[in-house]
Ligand binder design. Sequence first.
Ligand code: NI
Length: 178
Amino acid sequence: MSVLKLYEYPSPILREKCQKVSVFDDKLRILLDNMLETMYVDKGCGLAAPQVGIAKRIIVVDPNPSDDDLSARQPMHLINPEIIWHSEETVLFKEGCLSLPEQRADVERYERVRVHYIDYDGNEQEILADDILAIILQHEIDHLDGILYIDHLSQLKRSRLLKKLEKYYNEEKHKKVE
Ligand code: NI
């Protein structure tokens, strides 16, 4: 397995509408393995293909990406995932994203969602998700349509967050030069 390069905001790939997967082969499974590995290494609980530079409808998630207890991990690979139902109730949750490092903000999401997808072995599946998994799935599926969680914020909150992100990038660049 290998760790893939992460694309960060404002990379244009993050704004692309991703294509459905139609070929299910070893190449796809290698990509799924590598995406999961990349997610664990970068300590995320979800990762979408555009975040590793691939405009395809693929996400990996794990609501419990523990490093201490590997047996507690709950990895899922979802190909062509689609929200087919959502609850009326919504919740606020403080979200982050590997493509906007070190930033967090409250986002309103549906409390429960039903998602149809194709799994690692090419089988059709459906899952009724609640709690954190429901939030991760909505965040990751948004990525496949070029939507980032900052798009759900007010303009004021978004511009504040992006200013902090720019500051973070500048500090990181500075560190690398030293
Ligand atoms: Ni994200």
